[in-house]
Design a protein around this ligand. Structure first.
Ligand SMILES: [Zn+2]
Length: 283
């Protein structure tokens, strides 16, 4: 049985790109009589607006999708803290106080997530009190797991290359966002029993780190399905700030959501929108 999920963050309304992602995940589950899960990723601190989750549910129903909702990330803070503690006790994490600007100034390599952390605090034995981020010692982590592979339904067998992302942050400085995306999503997908992690190509490289974390934490290894992205005229991933109407706007304007979903399934896209792998987003 396929178990897939759609995991939006309530920090802005859903748009067509989200609809496409939800439909891909939904249909992949339903074609094998599987389960399609909705998980609200609500630990984005000040940017998180939990009231948006109700609009998300209305959007999915409007598109004609059926889902089961699983616990939001805010209910799993204990599990994230436990995983962080485990990796820390195994000597795989180190504290870092660097600011974004310091990292940008010192970085000599750019990876899929932006500037690669140049290891300023690695081995510096900083005191772990107060506002520190916890980074994964990537070289040591890879040494312990040995070579890993993962499978993408579209791209095939992949050699895991987590080193591309450098010493990723697993626990953030900000107390209200205690786990990074990498750690939270890896733990959530395992806890929810997801068998097919379906998401956009923009997260393809992140999977290298997620596969490594699964190995370090002894979690099951799913299959991935990174789908192409809806792109605007500039070749970038569709985003609200570039003028794509939200699903809620379309819904309230009386548009037929099921017809829209069928158009997206058939690859009939609104004018100016194309499906592709996407240029990196300079955000
Ligand atoms: Zn640092």
């Amino acid at each position: 049985m396929n178990v897939t999920r759609f995991a939006p963050s309530p920090n802005g309304p859903l748009h067509l790109g989200h609809a496409f992602s939800a439909i891909v995940a939904h249909d992949l589950a339903k074609e094998r009589a599987g389960r399609f899960l909705l998980r609200i990723e609500d630990i984005d601190g000040a940017r998180s607006r939990p009231e948006l989750a109700d609009a998300f549910r209305a959007d999915l129903a409007w598109l004609g999708l059926e889902w089961e909702e699983v616990p939001p990330q805010s209910t799993r803070l204990g599990a994230y803290a436990e995983a962080t503690e485990r990796l820390r006790s195994e000597g795989l994490l180190y504290p870092c106080r660097c600011t974004r600007a310091e990292i940008a100034a010192a970085a000599t390599k750019t990876g899929p997530d932006g500037p690669v952390y140049p290891g300023i605090c690695r081995g510096a034995s900083l005191a772990a009190d107060g506002d520190v981020a916890w980074r994964l010692d990537m070289v040591e982590a890879i040494r312990r797991t040995g070579p890993l592979t993962w499978f993408d339904a579209r791209a095939g067998e992949q050699d895991a290359r987590p080193e591309l992302l450098g010493d990723a942050v697993l626990a953030r400085k900000e107390a209200e966002t205690p786990a990074s995306y990498h750690l939270a999503v890896t733990i959530d997908d395992a806890a929810d029993g997801v068998t097919h992690v379906t998401r956009g190509m923009d997260l393809f490289a992140a999977t290298h780190v997620h596969r490594l974390l699964q190995e370090l934490l002894g979690l099951p290894v799913p299959t991935w399905h990174h789908h192409p992205l809806l792109l605007d005229e500039t070749g970038h991933k569709l985003a609200k700030r570039r003028g794509s109407p939200s699903l809620a706007d379309r819904r309230r304007a009386g548009e037929d959501g099921r017809a829209l979903a069928d158009s997206l399934r058939a690859g009939r896209l609104p004018a100016g929108i194309t499906l592709g792998e996407g240029l990196s987003d300079p955000s």
